[in-house]
Design a protein around this ligand. Structure first.
Ligand SMILES: CC(C)(COP(=O)(O)OP(=O)(O)OC[C@H]1O[C@@H](n2cnc3c(N)ncnc32)[C@H](O)[C@@H]1OP(=O)(O)O)[C@@H](O)C(=O)NCCC(=O)NCCS
Length: 223
């Protein structure tokens, strides 16, 4: 008698799938969701900069960016020599949950095309406390010193804060003065320690970085 009727399990299954699809659609329409994050900024020279959440289809643009980086920038970013990004690394770097791992890209319109010139990301190790993640930034050599790294960090901290990440760890080679200065300039460094040629900084995301501290022409806060 019940042969043609769907079982309770099937009904639940269909309802659940519909609910998940509806929630996904709702989320992807909500511009406040971190994986839809987008902001427009102006550099101190007047150039327009677009900052947005990284997407899975950014893999080729990341390869292109990597190929434009100098050996020194690669060394500072990866703390070692690195010749290329593997397929697995590209998946890891672009397919993110935007909760435990998130990344923003900085996009400039160059010669009629959008080009990714910088990336800021945070990632929380599987065994790390829920509120903690490691942060890293990269800006293409040709565009360093224009304020792009500061803007990426400002927005990344907002995303982290919204996702409950209240502390960011950064491991910076001791000779990487630009990166250390940029982090210090936030005024949000809670702890510093040094070991084996690297500095470990812990920053809070709890207080929004002051607009002037991280703006392209921002002032250095008092130590
Ligand atoms: C560190 C880094 C992300 C900073 O990004 P950025 O866009 O150059 O930084 P900003 O322009 O916002 O400013 C940072 C400061 O460093 C200066 N600066 C950064 N790179 C510079 C360069 N190549 N030449 C001269 N000045 C530079 C800026 O003028 C600015 O100085 P100020 O504080 O006196 O104004 C970028 O230099 C980079 O990608 N470095 C290599 C990778 C790296 O070190 N990653 C860190 C891993 S944790």
């Amino acid at each position: 008698m019940h042969g043609n009727l769907p079982g309770l399990h099937d009904l639940y299954d269909t309802a659940e799938k519909r609910l998940v699809a509806a929630l996904y659609q709702l989320e992807s329409q909500n511009p406040m969701e971190p994986h839809n994050f987008a902001a427009d900024e102006q550099l101190r020279d007047g150039t327009q900069l677009h900052i947005r959440a990284i997407r899975p289809d950014d893999k080729q643009a990341l390869v292109d960016l990597f190929e434009r980086l100098s050996p020194q920038t690669i060394y500072y970013r990866f703390h070692g020599v690195k010749k290329s990004l593997s397929r697995d690394e590209l998946v890891y770097l672009t397919e993110l949950d935007f909760h435990r791992r998130a990344a923003l890209v900085a996009v400039l319109h160059i010669d009629g095309e959008d080009q990714i010139v910088g990336v800021g990301r945070y990632a929380s190790a599987p065994n790390a406390p829920q509120h903690r993640a490691e942060v890293a930034l990269t800006v293409e050599d040709a565009h360093q010193g224009r304020g792009i790294g500061s803007l990426l960090l400002k927005h990344l901290m907002q995303v982290a804060r919204a996702e409950g990440i209240t502390e960011l760890d950064a491991f910076v080679l001791a000779e990487n003065r630009h990166m250390l200065r940029l982090f210090e300039r936030t005024g949000l460094v809670l702890q510093r320690s040094a070991a084996a040629g690297a500095c470990h900084l812990v920053m809070t995301t709890d207080t929004p970085p002051s607009a002037s501290a991280l703006s392209p022409g921002g002032r250095h806060p008092a130590p």
